[in-house]
Design a protein around this ligand. Structure first.
Ligand code: APR
Length: 256
């Protein structure tokens, strides 16, 4: 009987359409704190209230003023970890799998832009991207640096709608364009590599279930058990920064 590690490498190689779903855990080795579990932001500060988006809509100007003054970090230094975080070997391994033509799509819950920085191109960011802004009226997205923030809130050049961070706030619906892509990719997948997520936040957490319901194989890479573990066919326990590069090497060995 093959070890889970060998099983995972074989499943990745044999997949007709492999999709990855990543969570905060893949960025822990880049110095970005996760949300839940050991060292998690919510573990330390408690889960934020679910009406962030409502508060934004009530006074977008104030939201922007708080954000630009750094008030929104409210002394949570961990949130500054993003600024100069770099992709770690786990991100780079997933970029390699895309270059090898084995990873067809990558869905991430992370807003840290590290999968793009690592070189992945076929990426859906279900919770948005902190380096982008988005018009809440027409959905247009812009690189953050494209906007001068003289007038607050910034307005969309196309439709004059209010512009916010692309990062999805608590209480904000997932933008329908991204959600549709994520669901279609989960439907197409016959194998999903689930990395570094506690799998408790929806609709992201339903994506592996969609793949599973169509007979797809689920592989979990996580040092700890998650809410999805029981659904997974193959569980590889450990940090993704170590395990994903080893998995890529094992896949290459199988290809020889
Ligand atoms: N390698 C892989 N996984 C790891 C590592 C590591 N080095 N370190 C921790 N993990 C795992 C934890 O065991 C946990 O299962 O990463 C997971 C992190 O879980 P969460 O912090 O809940 O992150 P995530 O699942 O992405 O949260 C989903 O919740 O608050 C919202 O918007 C936020 O996108 C986030 C969503």
């Amino acid at each position: 009987m093959e070890e889970p590690f060998e099983q995972a490498a074989r499943a990745i190689l044999d997949a007709r359409y492999l999709v990855a779903l990543t969570g905060a855990g893949i960025s822990v080795e880049s110095g970005i704190a996760p949300f839940r579990g050991p060292g998690g932001l919510w573990t330390k500060y408690g889960e934020p209230d679910m009406n962030g988006y409502q508060r934004f809509l009530a006074d977008p100007k104030r939201w922007w003023e708080e954000r630009l003054s750094g008030e929104d970090l409210r002394g949570r230094p961990e949130l500054r970890g993003f600024e100069n975080a770099q992709p770690n070997p786990g991100h780079l391994a997933l970029a390699e799998l895309e270059r090898m033509g084995l990873l067809r799509y990558l869905i991430t819950q992370n807003v840290d832009n590290l999968h793009y920085a690592a070189g992945n191109q076929r990426v859906a960011e279900i919770h948005g991207n902190r380096t982008k802004l988005r018009c809440i009226q027409c959905g247009a997205r812009f690189p953050r640096e494209e906007f001068t923030l003289e007038t607050l809130p910034p307005r969309c050049p196309a439709c004059q709608g209010v512009v916010k961070s692309d990062t999805v706030m608590f209480g904000e619906p997932i933008p329908s364009d991204v959600l549709e892509v994520c669901r279609n990719e989960a439907l197409q997948a016959d194998c999903m590599l689930v990395v570094g997520t506690s799998a408790v936040v929806y609709p992201a957490a339903e994506l592996p279930v969609i793949t599973r319901m169509r007979g797809g194989t689920l592989i979990e890479v996580n040092p700890l058990e998650s809410a999805l573990t029981r659904e997974c066919d193959i569980v590889v326990r450990g940090p993704s920064g170590e395990l994903l590069p080893q998995l890529v090497e094992q896949v290459k060995a199988l290809q020889r």
